[in-house]
Design a protein around this ligand. Structure first.
Ligand code: GLU
Ligand code: MG
Length: 457
């Protein structure tokens, strides 16, 4: 209120006296990108780092039930339970911004007081998958997240799709953002104006296992951090404007064997997928409708997954089709890297309301199930899905993706194998969280749903 404002002004005046900046102390934030895809946590004085790396920061079960919109809507844990956010030293971010507050943070695991992984820890969901892939198959997953967003500091002018003028209109954002990414320990690959008004995309170099998901979180947060310091919002929500192309998060992945050797490519086989890669991709395809509950995990996610938006609508695999759920990316003969190194598959059924840990974890768990069961792919169809009739699609075994979050959750519940990756505690917590999210926007128009998520992401 007014009194608070006057007090604030007095303090500011005192701080400005003699041009002396206000005394301050470095703070370090420890957070987890939770089931709602938000990074939440706590900060501590930097001097306590050594002890905080060991004991972490206090957390409780109910923390994981914080919804997309903030408040806890359903909570199996009640007020009971002590857990800790344990910072992972490899995720350290320490990025200064001239004249502004820095970003100092660590990403964390959620552990029990005994130091055990908590069953609902998103990072542990991915870790279990990555470790099993290594243990059972001797394989490592390399991936890179390609993230799209709308930057509100730019003009929304027609005709600027992919345009130099759209690139120019983001002003200082792009360069400050790429610098922040690099200083945060991530290697930037490209920054571009995207299709929709003031929509941009950032890509980074691929990384192994957990690191790729950590980097996806760091990149999102650096986008928000730079936007904030320039006085503008970065909007990662899947659909900002109902009539426009949405914001996707695409996950490019490949598999590496012993000594980092790429093992995914065999140009002589269908889709160019090696014998090792085929069952992995078949597993993802098989579980796709259930996976959507984790990779496209919001009500608004399904307003993006619609025809004519360069977003997938079928649970399909295709070569070089940017409308497919899984795209085999082209290999360029003229590139410096050889074909085996370049070859990768892109998972397009993901957006920024997903925790990268849950999304990548779901992909690896599903791929591994394909390996265990030696799943096979159908022969590539002679036509694209877009040229097929409904009957032809059925004959080719192409199904549609879930049409809503409710349907995706039903598909998850119906997929016993997928449920087992989560385990009973995480499955229960996740279903409660997401069913409450559906109730929170029930009966609202598509426009209202977009606006509600746009305010939160
Ligand atoms: N914006 C599209 C999406 O929602 C993707 C466009 C592209 O191919 O980069 O996934
Ligand atoms: Mg794009």
């Amino acid at each position: 209120g007014m009194a608070g404002q006057r007090l604030h002004d007095r303090m500011q005046a005192r701080a400005d006296q003699g041009n002396r900046p206000m005394e301050k102390e470095d703070l370090i934030f420890v957070g987890v990108c939770d089931l709602s895809g938000h990074v939440r946590g706590k900060a501590f004085p930097a001097g306590d780092l050594e002890s905080r790396l060991r004991k972490g920061m206090g957390y409780t079960g109910a923390n994981i039930m914080m919804s997309a919109f903030g408040p806890i809507q359903d909570n199996p844990f009640g007020t009971i339970g002590d857990l800790a956010l344990i910072p992972d030293p490899s995720t350290k971010v320490d990025v200064e911004f001239a004249g502004c507050a820095p970003e100092r943070l660590y990403l964390a695991d959620i552990r029990t007081p005994a130091g055990e992984p908590w069953p609902c820890c998103p990072r542990d969901f991915l870790r279990r998958a990555v470790e099993a892939l290594q243990r059972e198959c001797g394989l490592e997953i390399i991936s890179a997240f390609e993230q799209e967003f709308v930057y509100r500091g730019a003009d929304a002018r027609p005709g600027t799709t992919y345009g130099l003028d759209s690139f120019r209109h983001q002003g200082l954002f792009g360069e400050a953002f790429v610098s922040a990414i690099r200083r945060a320990g991530v290697t930037p690959d490209s920054f571009l104006p995207e299709y929709a008004p003031r929509q941009y995309e950032v890509t980074v170099a691929p990384a192994a296992g957990m690191r790729a998901a950590d980097e996806a979180v760091i990149v999102r947060e650096m986008a928000r951090a730079v936007g904030f310091r320039l006085g503008h919002r970065v909007m990662l929500t899947p659909v900002v404007e109902l009539g426009e192309v949405g914001n996707g998060t695409h996950i490019h992945f490949s598999l590496r064997g012993a000594a980092g050797r790429p093992v995914m490519h065999d140009p002589a086989r269908p889709y160019g997928l090696s014998e090792v890669a085929e069952p992995f991709v078949a597993g993802i395809l098989h579980h796709l409708p259930a996976l959507a509950a984790l990779t496209a995990p919001s009500v608004v996610s399904y307003l993006r997954l619609r025809p004519d938006r360069w977003a997938p609508v079928f649970a399909n695999l295709a070569e070089r089709d940017r409308g497919a759920a899984l795209r085999i990316c082209a290999v360029f003969e003229t590139a410096l890297e050889n074909a085996a190194q370049q070859f990768n598959v892109e998972f397009r059924v993901c957006d920024a309301t997903a925790s990268p840990y849950m999304a990548l974890g779901a992909i690896v768990h599903a791929g591994l199930d394909g390996m265990r069961k030696r799943m096979r792919l159908e022969a590539p169809p002679a036509k694209t899905v877009w040229d097929m009739t409904e009957e032809e699609r059925q004959a080719a075994g192409v199904t549609t993706l879930p049409g809503s979050l409710g349907e995706a959750l039903d598909r998850l519940r119906a997929d016993e194998t997928a449920c087992s990756w989560l385990g009973p505690e995480l499955l229960d917590a996740y279903l409660r969280l997401k069913l409450a999210e559906i109730r929170a926007v029930k009966g609202q128009s598509d426009e209202a749903v977009c606006a509600r998520y746009a305010a939160a992401y």
